[in-house]
Every structure is written in structure tokens, then in C-alpha cells.
Design a protein around this ligand. Structure first.
Ligand SMILES: *Cc1c(COP(=O)(O)O)cnc(C)c1O
Length: 355
């Protein structure tokens, strides 16, 4: 198959598109999937030719190592269509690089950047009609790699599968959330895999998050595993706080994921002349700021929701509510970043990639 990309990609198109069955005005998040997916197998020490095939189940042996030892990593990104029908992706090379950083930590072989980028572009061209255009919607893209190789012995697999699947998704905004500052459980530890987008990190979060939900909260604010005195992330998002007019976020580490939304927000905020500080934030500081009224905003940042404002937090049985602020940083920064993503404004950073 001839393409304008450098990587050879074998394409098998679906005989019947499912697109007529999809109500693009009522999309939830990640529940319907587009017609095709990219698949690339790693065998005998090399990544084979990537293929685009109809979206379909994957069959595996019961002894496939993903089931036993959890060797799996993933990414999350979004594609948009602008008013001229251009396909746009936001900072995809960063996702590719991070996938390989995650893979390395889980002893998964790294995927060549050209396979990721060319495969992504070819897939998006084929799925162009699946990119929704209404406000807040996008084609959510899920690249992932897992151990398909077999055997019950606890060692890295000898075969892996890299897949990119797509899900047209509506606005993620679920209203302001109430969060619980975690005092017992941790999502990551020093020297662990917290910086990697590893499937197992999520598995470990579900139970403590369920306990928080049982108490009436939507999400957990993770604290450091050693002392539980410093905040680290908001669920599966990076965390930002506004104290007076300063925007604060915590430094990344081997416990904290290096979010692309996070670093984009830091850059945009600086260029908006918002004072930004990247430093540790203690629970004590947050509570004092909430009590004296200087804590104006708290929000999570990640690809799915972009920015998710927090209405209040709980700690040791006490609830702290945040005030409603006018001209919030959350809405300003969300608008700036989504305007760049969807080509409603110039992109001085070169973040937007045209497919
Ligand atoms: C994916 C993720 C984020 C956000 O990263 P983005 O690149 O902004 O989408 C933050 N924290 C965790 C734990 C994540 O898995």
C-alpha cells in the first residue's frame, strides 16, 4: 500500500463502516470505537510491519504474560478537526516518547518513533470522519503496548503487541468535583513506577478511590507515600492550586507522572504573566490557605478533561469548600489550551501537529 509516510503500513479496510450507528451529538467518553485500529507485533527481537485492520477482538493464550505479570503501558491523546477540515493532534511526539519511557521501566521493548507517528497519522487519515467537531469533543486516541508472549515463569515476555485504538468522545466535563486527601494509601512510591503510564498504577488506585466514593467524594488527592504530608496528584491528573494569585504545581519525580497538559499549562500561564511556582505543596499549607481564604482554586490537569476544577476537599473528617471565583485561572487556561488544540488561535509553541 502506497502512503506518504516513511514506514510501510499494511492496510486492510473494513467492509462495512459502523459510523451510521453512532450518535455524534450524544457521545460519552471512550464507549464507542472507530472502524480501524493499528496493530504492530514484536517477535524475535524486532517490531514487525505495522498493520491497520478493522477494529476487532484480540485473542491471547491464557499464559500470555499480560494476564499474570501486568506488563502493560498506555497513552492517551486527542485528535481534532478544524474549520478547514485539517486533522490536528496535540504534542503527539511527547506521547510517543513517554510511552517508551514507560515501556523501559516495565522491561517492554521501545517502539520506533516512526512506527508510532506514521502509524498514528495513517490511522487518523482513515478515521477522519470519526473525529467529532462539536465543542469539547474529540477523537480520543489510545496507544498501548502489552506482553502477548507466553509462559508462567515470572520474567519479561518475548512477544508484545502495540495497538492504537480510537474512540470519538464528548466533553469530559462532569461538573466540579469533591476530593478526599488520602492519608493511608499511596499510588506510587520512591523508586517505583508512578512516573510510568502503567496499567497497574490504575488498578492500584481503584480500591482507595472506591472507599473515597463511599464517603461521598469523587476523587482522591494522592499524597507522598512516606509522610502523606505533601500532595502529589489528583486522581489520574496532575494537580494545580491557586493561592492568592500564584499558580502552584508540584515538581515531577519518579512518583509523579510528567503530564503533557501540566507542562503546557505551566508554559501558557507564564506567558500570560501569571506567577507560577513549581514546588512541594503540603496539606498543611493547603488547609491554612483554605481557612484564611487565600486558596482560590484547585484543579486537576490531564488530556481527557484538560482541566477539572475542584469544588472542595476533605481531610481527617473535615470538609473545606473553595469559593466561586470570577475570572478563574482554570477557565482561562482551559480556553487557551483548547483554542491551540483546535486551531482557533495561533500556536506559538509548535505543539499542534497537522496530519
Ligand atoms: C495520564 C496521566 C496524567 C496526565 O497526563 P497528560 O499527558 O496531561 O494526559 C497525570 N497523572 C497520571 C497519573 C496519568 O496517568
Amino acid at each position: 500500500m502506497k502512503t506518504d509516510t516513511v514506514t510501510q503500513i499494511d492496510i486492510t479496510k473494513t467492509s462495512k463502516s459502523k459510523i451510521e450507528n453512532v450518535d455524534f451529538n450524544n457521545l460519552s467518553f471512550g464507549q464507542v470505537f472507530s472502524d480501524h485500529m493499528l496493530v504492530c507485533d514484536y517477535k524475535d527481537g524486532t517490531w514487525e510491519t505495522p498493520k491497520i485492520i478493522p477494529y476487532q477482538p484480540i485473542t491471547l493464550e491464557p499464559s500470555a504474560k499480560i494476564f499474570h505479570y501486568g506488563q502493560s503501558v498506555f497513552e492517551g491523546m486527542k485528535a481534532y478537526k478544524d474549520s478547514d477540515n485539517n486533522i490536528l493532534v496535540f504534542r503527539p511526539i511527547d506521547n510517543c516518547k513517554r510511552l517508551n519511557i514507560s515501556s523501559k521501566r516495565l522491561a517492554i521493548p521501545e517502539i520506533p518513533e516512526a512506527y508510532f507517528m506514521d502509524g498514528l497519522k495513517e490511522l487518523l487519515r482513515l478515521e477522519k470522519d470519526w473525529i467529532p467537531t462539536s465543542d469539547g469533543s474529540a477523537l480520543y486516541i489510545r496507544p498501548f503496548v502489552f506482553a502477548s508472549g507466553e509462559g508462567f515463569h515470572a520474567s519479561p515476555a518475548d512477544a508484545y503487541k502495540f495497538v492504537i485504538a480510537c474512540a470519538p468522545s464528548g466533553s469530559y466535563f462532569a461538573g466540579k468535583v469533591k476530593v478526599l486527601i488520602e492519608e493511608t494509601y499511596s499510588r506510587s512510591a520512591n523508586g517505583g513506577v508512578g512516573f510510568a503510564k502503567a496499567g497497574g498504577n490504575y488498578a492500584g488506585q481503584f480500591y482507595p478511590t472506591q472507599l473515597a466514593k463511599d464517603k461521598g467524594y469523587h476523587q482522591v488527592i494522592w499524597t507522598d507515600d512516606n509522610t502523606h504530608e505533601y500532595i502529589e496528584e489528583a486522581g489520574a491528573m496532575n494537580i494545580f492550586a491557586r493561592i492568592d494569585d500564584t499558580l502552584l504545581t508540584v515538581p515531577t519525580s519518579d512518583r509523579i507522572l510528567d503530564g503533557i497538559t501540566r507542562k503546557s499549562i505551566i508554559q501558557i500561564a507564564k506567558d500570560e504573566n501569571i506567577p507560577v511556582e513549581v514546588r512541594k505543596i503540603s496539606v498543611k499549607e493547603l488547609i491554612e490557605a483554605a481557612e484564611n481564604g487565600s486558596l482560590k482554586e484547585l484543579f486537576g490537569a490531564g488530556t481527557a478533561a484538560v482541566i477539572s476544577p475542584i469544588a472542595g476537599f476533605g481531610f481527617k473528617g473535615q470538609d473545606y469548600d473553595l469559593p466561586e471565583v470570577e475570572n478563574s485561572y482554570a477557565s482561562l487556561l482551559k480556553k487557551r489550551i483548547t483554542d491551540i488544540q483546535t486551531n482557533k488561535t495561533v500556536d506559538p509553541y509548535g505543539w499542534r501537529v497537522k496530519v
